[in-house]
Design a protein around this ligand. Structure first.
Ligand code: LRH
Length: 465
């Protein structure tokens, strides 16, 4: 059996990783090669990506991947959406901002004064998130100096190859892509004072962006192509969510829980706008019709704050086991409350929302968080069903959240639908699958790619109780 190997760079909120993906007839697996920190760093002017260090880790990780597997044929990069770097004279002009920086509030007000949200939604189909790239561009003083603006995976591809391109799934999260055309809405950009000349040519997942620069090829050990994947991490995760029928919903659950269905036509109704349901573009022209729910961020930030208070190290599986053992009802809060989005003292902010009902013990507090996330998931699943007119019969939970058994069970209980959990590494697998397909080493259709995922990563089923 021939096996094809590729390198997947996946930049997530808890860490960045370089992995080797191997794919053959009945084979699809990952080998972790390098893991490095990818949290925001606080600078004088706000929260940023630690981009210089990150890029070095990526190159070193790729070199190690080629050392371990000299047969690697290509590289694919994915990351979270919306963040970007500005490039002029072939160089990165400034360290990219992190979307959790609060500088964008002014951008929202200014953009909406020019183009009200209802008009934006008609044009770009995006849910309102205060950090969508167009709001960030609007307040970026360096924009005027830039020749090109590149979202993070495109920026890394550019620094690796010298070729500037905008991969379409991630471009759809900027707010400047026409939801029905899939092309840049240059009229909107110019009207908002965002020079449309900085928006690079669009490419679809599967397109070769370019070959490694000679110097980097020497350092990495091979001359390899960088292939555009679903470079928005959620787009890659949905590729590898083993959806088997149109009645399957998905929850891509990591820091965020992205809850929705895959569509072939947009639902640009007033009701969809009011429910803040987004149309991000998926691989093969699909629409990811979904809503952002604040996901495991609530738990990880809570644990981080507790650890900082005690100087202790908390074992998450142990905490969740204790949370599962809590008997009786726990109070819930709105997981999407805007007060919970910035880094900071999460337990205190959640306690403010819960008031006198706030649980006194850590296990009960953690249980409150998990139940609140599950409640928001259930609400979004029901809304996705109502807005798309689809009766749903199961939910695929992929990403880190699929390991959280308490969350999977609570989601099944609160939706009344079975939850099929896994794969945990859906994003990296989706990255690998799209590269392999471009190399002619994987089947052509999404259905077949998903069947390979299902065959190699059998999900665990949680029935509603
Ligand atoms: C998940 C994600 C999500 C975006 C957010 C910024 O990692 O890409 O799809 O909304 O980060």
């Amino acid at each position: 059996m021939t096996v094809t190997a590729v390198a997947a760079v996946d930049l997530g909120a808890t860490s960045g990783r370089v992995m080797i993906g191997r794919i053959g007839d009945d084979r699809l697996d990952l080998e972790l090669v390098a893991r490095f920190p990818n949290g925001p760093v606080e600078r004088e002017d706000g929260l940023h990506w630690d981009f210089g260090a990150l890029f070095e880790h990526v190159v070193a990780g790729l070199a190690e991947a080629v050392r371990r597997e000299p047969g690697i044929e290509s590289i694919g990069i994915d990351s979270w959406a919306v963040d970007y770097g500005l490039v002029g004279d072939g160089e990165l002009l400034a360290e990219p901002f992190h979307y959790r920086d609060d500088r964008t509030a002014r951008g929202v007000a200014e953009v909406h004064a020019e183009a009200p949200f209802a008009e934006l939604y008609r044009r770009n189909g995006l849910q309102f998130l205060p950090f969508n790239t167009l709001y960030q561009y609007r307040v970026d003083a360096r924009l005027a100096d830039a020749e090109t603006a590149l979202l993070i995976p495109d920026l890394i591809a550019f620094l690796l190859t010298g070729a500037a391109a905008a991969e379409r799934t991630n471009a759809s999260t900027t707010g400047l892509l026409g939801v029905e055309t899939g092309e840049w809405d240059t009229e909107l950009a110019d009207r908002l004072g965002i020079p449309s000349g900085i928006l690079p040519g669009l490419v679809d997942p599967g397109t070769t962006i370019g070959m490694l620069h000679a110097g980097l090829a020497a350092r990495i050990g091979r001359d390899l192509p960088v292939i555009a994947v679903g470079s928005h991490d959620t787009a890659s995760a949905v590729v590898a969510a083993p959806l088997s029928t149109p009645r399957s919903a998905y929850i891509s659950c990591g820091t965020w829980g992205l809850v929705g269905v895959e569509l072939t036509e947009p639902v640009l109704t007033d009701a969809a706008r009011q429910a803040n349901f987004t149309h991000e573009l998926g691989v093969d022209g699909r629409y990811r019709f979904l809503h952002n729910v604040t996901g495991l961020w609530l738990l990880s930030e809570t644990v981080r704050a507790w650890e900082a208070t005690d100087g202790s190290s908390i074992d998450l599986p142990e905490l969740l086991a204790a949370a599962s053992a809590v008997t009786g009802d726990v109070p819930t809060f709105d997981a999407n409350d805007p007060s919970l989005s910035a880094p900071g003292d999460m337990p205190a902010r959640i306690a403010t929302l819960l008031g006198s009902a706030a649980p006194a013990t850590r296990p009960a507090f953690a249980r409150s968080i998990v139940e609140s996330i599950a409640m928001a998931f259930a609400d979004a699943v029901q809304t996705a069903s109502a807005l798309s007119g689809r009766e749903l019969d199961c939910i695929h939970m992929v990403g880190g959240g699929s390991l959280n058994r308490l969350l999977c069970q609570a989601t099944a209980d609160r939706t009344g639908l079975p939850v099929l959990a896994g794969p945990v590494e859906a994003t990296a697998l989706g990255n690998v699958l799209v590269q392999a397909r471009a190399l002619g080493a994987a089947p052509a259709s999404l259905d077949e790619l998903r069947a390979l995922v299902a065959a190699t990563h059998a999900p665990e089923r949680f029935d509603p109780r």
